[in-house]
Design a protein around this ligand. Structure first.
Ligand SMILES: *Cc1c(COP(=O)(O)O)cnc(C)c1O
Length: 394
């Protein structure tokens, strides 16, 4: 063994998966199966007490007064904008460096997304550029709390107040994250959460949640998510079918009890990465991400940067050594084929475009072991040492 240069504490570890949902789900199996069996017998499959319980606990966890279940995070965004009356001719500001659903909700309603550049350190909306993008047609801002860290909600709420704009928070990656002690999803008019399996509170299928502090908005969100129907077969508004299943809610209720522990394990993993990357002398080289002052980051992703045009080469070498990684997101929305009609040229959002070329997300899920992190960082350090082209990014 003396010829091996491994420094990881468990020398048998030779892989680090990007995500292994099985590890989190396995210990909950008996509890979840019993609930599924109960629901099976009850015959109450859509809405009901499990959904109500989840709504209450999400409201409590986020600090928002009301929460309304829906079918997915994408639907949450759509229902939020629909409820706030966004439509034809309206403009809605959002980042280009986000998942597609942030912007598709806007265009679905006939409104126009206005893509704004990001802060290179946080990957979240750059407040100065948000203000520059506001016009009389602007009706709303959708800040995305990307990778589990809140956008600058102090700045965004100040702008929204000054220009009389609605704020819909995309909290798909940020359940439990706080800014100045306040939970994501409790700042704006509506918060939109996703329970897709890769999120910090991940179900076993699709699911979503809407949050708000305003009772009338809460009632209208519920109305729009259920065909605009109240009472049954009387349609007040033209809504959609976007409801949460009882089985999904029951599974999420079980996981909800562990939400704080999931977040603190992710935070521990982020701290481990910083320590290990420093030890290997690559922490600055890869721009290891940290949380900005006043933010409690919940680390849905740990996104480093690989500069010098070497990101894809580094990624494939990591894959050869069984270290999982992913690129969130390789093509900014303003450069997607479907949004070409909006007319953003290459170079129009330079910080976003550079990020798309450099970002690489490493494994960070709660059950990732220290030995796996050690293996991942050691492997990354070896790859960087062996490839002369890697430059410090950003
Ligand atoms: C996952 C995600 C969504 C969409 O959520 P779904 O539940 O998958 O529809 C929206 N925005 C962001 C930033 C996301 O990460």
């Amino acid at each position: 063994m003396s010829d091996l240069k491994h420094t990881n504490s468990n020398q048998s570890v030779t892989s680090a998966p990007l995500l292994d949902v099985g590890r989190g789900n396995a210990p909950l199996k008996a509890e979840i199966m019993e609930l599924i069996s109960e629901i099976y017998d009850s015959g109450w499959f859509v809405g009901g007490p499990h959904v109500k319980q989840l709504e209450e606990s999400v409201a409590e966890a986020t600090g928002a007064k009301f929460a309304v279940g829906c079918a997915s995070g994408s639907d949450a965004l759509l229902v939020a904008l629909l409820t706030l009356g966004i439509g034809e001719g309206d403009r809605v500001i959002c980042p280009s460096f986000t998942f597609f659903a942030t912007a598709s909700a806007i265009t679905r309603l006939g409104a126009e997304p206005v893509f704004v550049d990001i802060d290179p350190a946080t990957f979240n909306l750059d407040i100065e550029k948000v203000e520059q993008a506001i016009t009389p047609k602007t009706k709303a801002i959708i800040p995305v709390h990307l990778f589990g860290q809140c956008a600058d909600m102090t700045g965004i709420m100040e702008l929204a107040g000054r220009y009389n704009l609605k704020v819909v928070e995309d909290c798909a990656q940020s359940i439990g994250a706080t800014h100045q002690g306040q939970g994501s999803g409790s700042f704006g008019d509506v918060g939109c959460f996703s329970f897709y399996p890769t999120k910090n509170l991940g179900g076993m299928g699709d699911g979503g949640m809407l949050t708000t502090n305003d009772q009338e908005t809460a009632e209208r969100l519920r109305l729009f998510a259920n065909h605009g129907m109240k009472p049954r077969y009387f349609h007040q508004v033209i809504g959609v079918n976007s409801r949460l299943d009882a089985i999904q809610a029951a599974i999420l209720n079980v996981k909800m009890k562990h939400l704080d522990s999931y977040a603190s394990r992710r935070q521990q993993n982020a701290a481990n990465y910083h320590r290990l990357m420093k030890q290997h002398g690559i922490r600055d080289m890869v721009s290891a991400p940290s949380s900005t002052d006043g933010n409690d980051h919940v680390w849905n992703q740990f996104t480093i940067r690989i500069g010098g045009g070497q990101r894809d080469a580094v990624r494939s070498q990591l894959a050869e050594k069984n270290v999982g990684s992913e690129i969130y997101y390789p093509i900014p929305l303003h450069q997607q084929a479907c949004f070409k009609y909006l007319g953003y040229g290459d170079g129009s959002l330079p910080v976003t475009e550079q990020a798309a070329k450099e970002v690489l997300a490493l494994p960070i899920f709660p059950e990732l072991t220290l030995a796996e992190q050690e293996y991942a960082v050691e492997t990354l350090a070896e790859i960087i040492a062996g490839s002369a082209g890697v430059r410090r990014a950003a």
